[in-house]
Write a protein that binds this ligand. Sequence first.
Ligand code: SME
Length: 182
Amino acid sequence: MYDSRFKVQVNNAFSNEFIIYMAEHLEIKGESKEERYANLLPQVEAVLEGEPDQIARMANVAAMLHETFRFWWTGFYRVVDDELVLGPFQGPMACTRIRKGRGVCGTAWAEARTQVVPDVDQFPGHIACSSASRSEIVVPLMREGNVIGVLDIDSERLSTFDATDQKWLERVADLITSPAGD
Ligand code: SME
């Protein structure tokens, strides 16, 4: 079901049919982080609705999170064979491949658990794709008990991420891997 905010109906001059367009507009609303995530989630659902391609799904979700919160880096790594491979992202260029158990991303994969890192310099083995990154959150994308990728977000400030980010980003991760995705 498309969220009604994404629908505009235009009367086609050549027939009586209505054409439905999806607005390419992200509504960013809310004072607090909680409010912003709450406002964003239905928009994420609407964008994912009916789109089975996993890359397309990740691409728009990375853009929506990045634009809403102005993070330093927002993106996905996908499990391909025995490595994490860089997927759709927003921000500076990043490491292409990460092994299981390596860095924050590889740890989230190995443990199948979200990693909230208030200070990346204190995380043993952190992989510094960008020296500007100071804190990070990595959420595993789970399907049928297996990690199929990770959502990775970096901030150029310390202690950006907390339990609120974890709660909402885990919901976003669930939406990404929900049945519509291939
Ligand atoms: N810092 C991550 C690597 C990915 S970049 O941050 C985009 C890590 O330690 O796994």
